[in-house]
Write a protein that binds this ligand. Sequence first.
Ligand code: SF4
Length: 74
Amino acid sequence: MQVIRCVMHRDCFGNIDGRCICLKDNRFKKKACPFYKDKKQFDEERRASEARLIDIDRRDLIEEYSGRNVYAQK
Ligand code: SF4
């Protein structure tokens, strides 16, 4: 598997030790990565998404994509 280096945004949610764990290619023709989010922004958006999925009774999607058992939190 190819390693995608990202040294410009070490504070990105997808950056672990200077490597992007999200993308297969991060060459954006000298433009900034459009997927960049710092970890705080990522956590806030994830919490909002999970709250919305709980509101519409789709906890199954949280489990499917995050691997967390949210039925136990009822
Ligand atoms: S999503 Fe973009 S900014 Fe974040 S680690 Fe990957 S390449 Fe870097």
